[in-house]
Each structure stands twice: as C-alpha cells, then as structure tokens.
Design a protein. Structure first.
Lengths: 185, 243
C-alpha cells in the first residue's frame, strides 16, 4: 500500500496540484483554526485567518524550511503571529510579544513532539496537562500566549493583583513543563 | 528548581517571566546576556519555552465544514494569476539566506573571514533565540556621495518582527548624531532604528521591525544621519541606499 505523502511532498506539488492543499488542510486546519479562535474569539475572524494562513502556504510553499522543524510548528507560529497582528489592528492594547516570540530552538520540541506523536495525541496530552492546572494558572498562560497580554493587563482581566498573576504564571508554566516532560525531551 | 551554576537565585523566576514575555526590555536584555553565559539556564529556558509552545495543541478545533471548500476555491482562483516575481525573488528561506549572506558579506567585508564567521554565528545564535521563522527579506546597501566606500546588508524577518544590519566603512559621527535606518514603504519612511558606528566604522545590530507600519511592500532601505533621539521622519542627509 502506498504511504501517505509527506508534508514536504505536498508542499512541493502545490504548484502543479492545488488539490494537495486540500490534504494539508485536512491535516492542519483544526490546529490553525483552533489557535485563531482562541486568539480572536470570533468564529468568522478565525475562519478568515485560517484561509489567510493556508493561502499563504499555497502562494509561498518554500517559506517553510523543513530543517527548522515540523510544518505544524511553523503553522502554529505563523497563525499566532498573524492573530496577534489582527488583535493589534483592532486597536486592542496588546503587548508586542518580543520576548515570547524570541526563542524557539531550531528543531523545536513542538516539532519533535509532532514527529513522534500524531496531532491528536499531542492535543490530548496537552489538554490533559492543562486540565490538571488550577483554572487561574491556566487562564494566565492562555491570556499571555493567545492574546499577548502583559502581566498587568492579565491582572486587570482577572481582577487579581500583579503579584498574584506573577505567581500563577510561574507555577502554571513550571507545572506544564513537568507534565509534558516526555514531549519536551 | 535549583539556582543555576552562576548562583543567581532570581534566575528561575526570571526564566519564567522571560519565556512569557513579561520582562521589561532592559531586564530581558540583561537576562539574555546571562543566558549566553549559562548553559544550564539556557536549557531551562528552552524547556519552559517548549512547554509553552505546546499550549496551542490543546486548542485544536474543527473548523466549519464549509471553510475547506472556501479555501480551495480561493486557491484555485489564485492559481490563474501570475505571482509577483519581484516579491518571490526577495523571499528566501533563512538557511539559504544565511549561505547567500555569507558569500555576499564575504565579498563586501573582504578578508576578515574569522570576524565574518563570528558575526554569522552570532546572528544565527541571536536569530535562534528570536524565534526566527523562515521568511527573510534581504537588501544590500551602498554608500552615496562622500560615503561611497560604505557598504552593508540588512535582513528583515517580518514574521519575527526583527531585523539585523551589518554596515562597514562608515565614519564615526560626532556625539549627538546617529545613523538612522529607514524603510521606504510607498511615500512613507518607516524608522527601523538608530545606530552608532564602532571605531572601525562598523555597525552590527539587531532591531525591531514595526510590521504594523508596513502598509505596502518595502521599496527600498536607506540610511541617514540624524540627531540622537530624532523624530519619526528623516531630516538629515542620506548616506546609504539599497541597491
């Protein structure tokens, strides 16, 4: 039985075979749309952004460099960056995630995880880890990651003191690190 | 978590704040200097960042069923259009850019190969720390008028909102003046940053790229001499321009 085409094979064939985009969409649309929805909180905006991301891949398939990690991780970065750009364009007071957006190792652990596990397995593992976190710790991480909010903005959002937010953020991320250790290694 | 080898007990807390993007710029810069010197701290930051980068996998959600055909129809419609050759030529994969930049910069910078390798290694290190995605726009710059011997290169990463500039053979400016790099976008000049030349006439610096200011494609880059803490518009003479 012929094996399924790799992401790279699909990207390489996009120029002459637009249908390959459909296969890439089937693989990654839930990831892209989910991030867009978590960030933008509007289904129509999330659908628009999902279309933008896949059209961008279609137009410029070679922007993705497989040496830098899995396609899924590339799409995560692109979707999140574009989502925060859109939030900024809405006029929201959003902190530029200079420091969060710094720093991803060449072969990111997210890529490594995707190479070893299916998207569904990754989703299940991370969801389970997040569900074990106290709600406030989870919310702080989500507001920082998806919405690009600063600690003081998160404190306003959650009606908590800055010190409390710092504590939640630290404990939440450390717990996540411990819970997902095998995906990170 | 235990303090790192260098014994700074604040590092574990700062590592979390850093990964979450919650350090002020000056604190982040200081922390990055510590990172460069502390392997254990770097490993810890990578683990924390890795955990955070897994967060989006929890949000996977099936999109509306109609979206798939909408995306494919839009792609099909685009396939009949001619892509922008100029834009494609400027968009290159980072790894290819690094190799091309090594050649270009070697020609530009002459025999100082060791320094060049160091600069590229540093650039790689910096960009690896800057969540360097794949798309890079590259420009070469040449001096104008009495600065004809000056030359250099600029790389812009619009996804990471970061850029890097390497310039050579620029005269040192009097105190109170700086070299300012600008991007010409339509009829607007977008400021990219202010730099001072080192004693050897060199400028090597990363800078932030205000993507939200780029309403159209970048037509050109140019360098002017401006008063320190100058305004948002170029006022001084142009000393370098992109080819």
């Amino acid at each position: 039985m012929a094996s399924a085409p790799t992401d790279q094979q699909l990207l390489d064939s996009l120029d002459g075979d637009p249908a390959a985009l459909g296969t890439l969409y089937d693989r990654y649309a839930s990831l892209v749309y989910g991030i867009a929805l978590a960030s933008l909180r509007d289904p129509d905006d999330a659908a628009d952004l999902t279309q933008e991301i896949f059209l961008r891949i279609y137009r410029h398939p070679h922007q993705y460099d497989p040496e830098r990690g899995a396609l899924g991780a590339f799409l995560v970065t692109m979707t999140r960056t574009r989502a925060i750009d859109r939030l900024r364009a809405r006029g929201r007071k959003l902190r530029v995630l200079q420091h969060v957006e710094r720093a991803i190792p060449q072969a990111s652990p997210a890529s490594t995880a995707l190479e070893r596990y299916s998207l569904q397995q990754c989703t299940e593992r991370v969801r389970a880890a997040l569900e074990r976190l106290p709600q406030n710790q989870r919310r702080v991480l989500e507001l920082a990651y998806y919405r690009g909010l600063s600690q003081s903005e998160i404190a306003d959002d959650l009606a908590a003191s800055l010190g409390t937010v710092k504590s939640w953020a630290r404990r939440g991320l450390l717990a996540l690190r411990d819970a997902l250790g095998d995906l990170i290694e | 978590m235990t303090p790192t080898a260098n014994g700074n007990g604040k590092d574990p807390e700062r590592a979390v704040d850093y990964v979450l993007g919650h350090l002020e710029r000056a604190d982040a810069d200081a922390f990055e200097a510590r990172l460069a010197a502390d392997c254990a701290l770097r490993t810890e930051v990578e683990r924390l960042r890795s955990a955070l980068e897994l967060l989006p996998y929890a949000s996977a959600t099936e999109p509306p069923p109609a979206l798939r055909s909408r995306v494919l129809r839009a792609a099909q419609a685009e396939s009949t259009r001619t892509p922008s050759t100029a834009r494609r030529e400027r968009q290159i994969v980072w790894t290819r850019f690094a190799a091309a930049a090594a050649v270009v910069l070697a020609l530009i910078l002459g025999a100082d190969a060791y320094r060049l390798r160091s600069e590229l290694a540093l650039q790689h290190e910096v960009t690896a720390l800057l969540q360097q995605p794949n798309v890079v726009l590259s420009f070469s710059l040449a001096g104008t008028g009495e600065h004809a011997r000056a030359h250099g290169a600029v790389a812009l990463d619009l996804d990471a909102k970061k850029g890097a500039v390497v310039l050579r053979r620029l005269p040192r400016l009097p105190s109170g003046q700086v070299y300012s790099l600008w991007a010409r976008v339509g009829d607007v000049a977008v400021p990219c940053g202010d730099f001072s030349a080192a004693a050897d006439g060199g400028v090597r610096a990363p800078f932030a790229v205000p993507v939200e200011s780029y309403k159209a494609s970048i037509d050109a880059l140019f360098v002017t001499v401006e008063p320190r803490a100058g305004g948002d518009h170029p006022t001084g003479p142009t000393v370098m321009e992109s080819a």
